[in-house]
Ligand binder design. Structure first.
Ligand code: SF4
Ligand code: SF4
Length: 437
């Protein structure tokens, strides 16, 4: 694609990067077929190619974002299916991230919208505040039907009970069982540890059982993805710097073989820290080093090898590959191979490339589109005759759990159970479940 940036514009490294991405696009339109919003709405402006044109026009003319641009960029899930499909290697993620920042800096949203986005940015990354908000939302659940659109979506997504905080998420070191094979830092995260503390607990058990020392580093917290996708650069970069500092201190201390992430949405962001902090001389090298150490827990387990399963469960698992896993990190084979090795019978979900509608805060900000995608995903999941659903991202778990009769679990809960951990909470009380112990 030809671009028309002036030399003065190209002197800005951000614009130069956008120019490089735009030039790679040959407007073939292959990406439209796999874009969930184009599939639902059939509007070119809600396709990757249409959005690329809108962004090009906005940046080339150095214009503040218009209401039209905001509408179509806001509808983008950042699912990155377009990047998997694109034959020209267009880095849509960095381009849309740039556009979201530009929107945040140049467009004044209506007051209610600004307030909601500011609240999400403050509450979700802070486990204490988020827990309080969920307790409040519990009381709104019975009245959810009466609430207007977005509030209804939020009340509907709040869990019926808010779990207690887990001791696992405090800064500490978990010793490896037997001979130490590796030492890793675990991203304890933010929203996930509140919604499903059993995921980090299962991750620590699984890793230590396999001879891995696990450190939850002091000072590490939210990865920054939530604010990054809202276009709020300052808090996103502050979160990235805090994590880089915390993990770098471990790297310089007892050393680290990997930074383990068990929420693929966070993994995509941590792996991008080198790019996010590239313009900051004090942080660029450290961030790139940390990004290079980042591994999804299934990626890491596949590399070190899973112990033989204690028994064959015979349970059929519909594996839902989160967009951030399959498109953001291109991890597709490892979770499936691990689940199969752990004795589960895998069922492939039709239209597996399409997003479930979770996409960070998307299901709260775009409830109608998110719910249409969720219904479609649940229909596809329930068509394969599985006993349960496994996935590697808390956003997808929350999005799907309220809409399907099947238990929805994190992949590590199943791997932990099959190699000696307790049965996952979501399966307890569901009739006959195998006893692996
Ligand atoms: S598939 Fe790639 S090159 Fe083709 S229109 Fe989409 S982004 Fe551009
Ligand atoms: S990120 Fe997803 S929703 Fe956005 S343009 Fe690409 S395929 Fe479409």
């Amino acid at each position: 694609m030809q671009t028309g940036f002036t030399l003065a514009q190209l002197a800005d490294p951000e614009v130069a990067e956008a120019d490089k991405i735009l030039r790679a696009c040959v407007h073939c339109g292959f990406c439209t077929a796999t874009c969930p919003t184009y599939v639902l709405l059939g509007d070119e402006l809600d396709s990757p190619r249409g959005r690329i044109y809108l962004i090009k026009d906005m940046l080339e003319n150095d214009r503040p974002a218009s209401a039209k641009v905001v509408k179509h960029i806001d509808r983008c899930l950042s699912c990155l299916a377009c990047m998997t499909t694109c034959p020209s290697g267009v880095h849509y993620m960095h381009l849309v991230d740039h556009a979201r920042r530009h929107i945040e800096e140049t467009f004044r949203r209506p007051l209610a919208e600004r307030t909601l986005r500011a609240l999400l940015a403050v509450v979700l990354p802070r486990p204490g505040l988020f827990r309080l908000a969920l307790v409040g939302a519990r009381f709104a659940r019975p009245f959810a039907r009466l609430l207007p659109g977005r509030l209804k979506a939020m009340a509907g997504l709040a869990p019926a009970a808010v779990p207690s905080p887990s001791a696992v998420d405090r800064p500490q070191v978990f010793a490896a069982e037997g001979r130490r094979r590796a030492r890793v830092a675990l991203l304890a995260g933010c929203a996930q540890q509140v919604l499903a503390p059993q995921i980090n607990e299962a991750t620590v058990r699984l890793l230590t059982r396999h001879g891995v020392e696990v450190v939850v580093a002091r000072g590490a917290g939210c990865c920054g993805a939530l604010t990054h996708h809202l276009g709020m650069e300052r808090p996103a970069l502050a979160a990235a710097r805090a994590n880089v500092a915390a993990w770098h201190a471990e790297l310089d201390g007892d050393g680290l073989d990997a930074v383990i992430i068990n929420a693929s949405g966070c993994g995509t962001t941590v792996k991008d820290y080198g790019f996010m902090l590239r313009a900051d001389p004090a942080w660029a090298d450290k961030a790139a080093r940390i990004a290079g150490l980042a591994r999804d827990v299934t990626e890491f387990m596949a590399a070190i090898g899973l112990r033989p399963a204690l028994a064959q469960s015979g349970l059929a698992v519909a594996y839902h590959s989160a967009c951030s896993m399959q498109h953001g990190q291109r991890i597709t084979a490892e979770p499936r191979a691990l689940l199969a090795a752990a004795g589960f019978a895998l069922r492939e979900i039709p239209e597996g490339h399409l997003c479930c509608g979770s996409a960070g805060t998307y299901n709260l900000l775009q409830p109608a589109l998110a719910s249409a995608l969720r219904e479609r995903k649940v229909r596809n999941i329930e068509s394969v005759g599985a006993d349960l659903v496994a996935t590697g991202n808390i956003g997808c778990m929350t999005q799907l759990a309220g809409a399907t009769r099947l238990p929805v679990l994190h992949t590590v809960e199943l791997l932990d159970w099959a190699t000696g951990g307790p049965p996952p909470a979501a399966l307890r009380g569901k009739g006959d479940i195998p006893n692996f112990s």
